[in-house]
Write a new protein. Structure first.
Ligand SMILES: Cc1cc2nc3c(=O)[nH]c(=O)nc-3n(C[C@H](O)[C@H](O)[C@H](O)COP(=O)(O)OP(=O)(O)OC[C@H]3O[C@@H](n4cnc5c(N)ncnc54)[C@H](O)[C@@H]3O)c2cc1C
Length: 519
């Protein structure tokens, strides 16, 4: 027992992102004393909305895949709220073609063959090969042992059919094959290879399996927006947690996870309060948890170096705009999300600030969430990938920047708005409210390691170094991880994967600690 202990809990969950909330709510339903400790002033982590003037903007998620999984997971928590899901569509505009790529996969195949007549056979071969993987991926979380833990995994391993064995072998094989290799074998046009390999204009970097996951989510399962808003789901789960007598403390950063004899036994907050618990669940991302919250002496060196080395997905610049849409020409827009690139100069050094030669995302956010803007107004987001290091020199402390940072952000935002005007003429003169987020914002307000936005690296060589598909269990006893970084691939999409890991972690705690269960 530590001196100055403020409380003893069955479970402490660090962080109230959707992974932490899902886990905490499921546990609070079954266990007596569950507490969430959240560093910042609101719940929901990066799936949070914030207000500027009379407009609301999303910090992170704009829409997500696998709505059925989300509804099932909510059902398990006892949440039966009826809200609708609206499908989101995605459009790519390049100098060579303009396509809705969220259409069903077989339709996409037909339409691409019309655009690229001389590549018909190659398109057919590629679609046949990747569709085979996509079919195997359907409902993978229910039958593939790598996507399960605890008793469910053991049961699945004992009962694997020979078909599943074959399918697992095939997935294993394709997860080692770079999609670039298969695309180069089948197709001669680089713009087509890049489109099929990145859903955009960049060189394919993913393995065939990850690419199949991306196409599965984009064109088969679809990407959706819930009528209550993504933040609305967070609020429902949080209310449920409180109704089950869960306890939460906002503005309470955890500074250290306490470990004794390789077992997590509690946490120390930034005010040096100590809370003990039988289980610690971290929803802070993986690198933050292991590189910042745990004394390295308590972590096996090999594990620690793996976490240091394997990269995360990068970050981005985002411009949030509240606009008067009257004078904007929307005639090129056919979807909620438009990815566009004015020029494609593939050789030479990529100038990050040359937005005409970058792929930029335009999201007409008020199409999803009309309440984000006052009547007759609209909200629009512009996003472009940016490495953390491009901005790191501006940082002088948490939420502290060198002078000139806002001017620099404003200049970049102006350039990005100008580039977006090739799709949305009239945008720059219609702006009523603007804010700008950089990787530093996602680091300090989103609490993500170096502002990462989308899980572990999507590059073929990245996730293979991690110790599995699910990273919920750790080498430290009674310390579990939940959230989007607790899976090596976002196989259900970001938000549902975070929920899924939260739910599995709760199941594991309940399985392993039957004595904690409430009668
Ligand atoms: C810019 C951006 C765009 C995105 N777009 C999409 C999208 O379109 N679709 C999609 O599905 N996903 C998207 N995502 C991913 C999105 O973040 C996930 O979908 C989901 O919200 C992640 O939830 P999580 O449970 O992993 O936790 P997070 O949202 O990362 O929350 C973690 C929580 O832990 C807290 N925390 C961290 N450290 C501590 C500490 N020491 N003590 C206490 N609390 C702590 C944080 O404050 C935070 O509340 C996007 C993310 C970003 C940043």
């Amino acid at each position: 027992m530590y001196s100055g202990v403020y409380g003893m809990y069955d479970v402490i969950v660090i962080g109230s992102g959707i992974g932490g909330l899902t886990c905490a709510a499921k546990l609070a339903k079954n266990v007596n004393k569950v507490m969430i400790l959240e560093k910042i002033h609101h719940i929901g982590g990066t799936s949070h909305i914030f207000k500027r003037g009379s407009y609301y903007f999303p910090m992170g998620g704009l829409s997500f895949s696998s709505p059925d999984t989300v509804l099932n997971l909510l059902g398990e928590l006892g949440i039966q709220e009826k809200f609708k899901f609206y499908r989101n569509h995605f459009q790519l505009i390049t100098p060579d073609f303009d396509i809705i790529y969220s259409q069903p996969f077989q339709e996409l195949r037909k339409n691409l063959k019309k655009i690229f007549e001389d590549e018909k056979d190659g398109i057919d071969s590629f679609f046949t090969e990747i569709k085979r993987i996509m079919d195997i991926l359907d409902n993978i979380e229910h039958w593939h042992p790598d996507y399960l833990i605890g008793e469910k995994k053991e049961h699945t391993l004992k009962n694997l059919s020979s078909t599943h064995n074959e399918e697992i072998e095939l997935l294993e094989k394709y997860s080692q094959i770079p999609s670039k290799q298969i695309l180069e074998k089948n197709l001669s046009k680089k713009i087509l290879r890049n489109f099929l390999g990145s859903q955009g204009t960049y060189e394919p970097k993913m393995s065939m399996v990850l690419l199949a996951i991306m196409w599965c989510l984009m064109s088969e399962k679809g990407i959706w927006f819930p009528s209550c808003g993504i933040h609305g789901i967070n609020e429902l789960v949080y209310e449920t947690f409180l109704n089950y007598n869960g306890e939460a403390k906002l503005l309470t950063p955890v500074k250290e996870i306490l470990i004794e004899n390789n077992q997590a036994i509690g946490v120390r907050t930034s005010k040096n309060e100590i809370f003990e618990a039988n289980w610690i669940i971290s929803n802070a991302d993986y690198k933050k948890t292991f590189l910042e919250l745990i004394d390295p002496q308590n972590i096996p060196e090999q594990y620690l170096s793996m976490i240091r080395i394997v990269p995360y997905f990068g970050s981005e610049l985002c411009v949030y705009l509240g606009v008067n849409p009257e004078n904007i020409d929307f005639s090129k827009v056919r979807a909620q999300h438009i990815f566009c690139r004015e020029e494609i100069k593939l050789s030479g050094h990529l100038n990050l600030e040359d937005f005409s030669n970058r792929e930029i995302e335009i999201c007409i956010w008020s199409k999803n969430y009309p309440d984000s803007a006052p009547p007759a107004k609209a909200t629009i987001l512009l996003r472009v990938g940016f490495p953390y290091d491009h901005f790191s020199d501006w940082k002088i402390g948490e939420k502290k920047r060198k002078e000139g940072y806002w001017d620099y952000k404003k200049r970049l935002a102006g350039q990005l708005i100008k580039a977006a005007e090739t799709v949305l003429p009239g945008l720059s003169s219609s702006i009523e409210v603007m804010d700008v987020a950089t990787p530093l914002t996602y680091e300090d307000w989103g609490q993500r390691f170096r502002g990462s936005i989308a899980g572990w690296s999507w590059k073929v060589e990245g996730s293979q170094k991690l110790p599995g598909k699910l990273l919920i269990e750790t080498p430290i006893n009674n310390l579990l991880m939940v959230g989007m970084y607790a899976a090596s691939e976002l196989f259900l999409g970001g938000y549902p994967t975070a929920m899924y890991t939260g739910s599995l972690a709760a199941d594991l705690v309940l399985e392993k600690s039957s004595t904690l269960k409430r009668n």
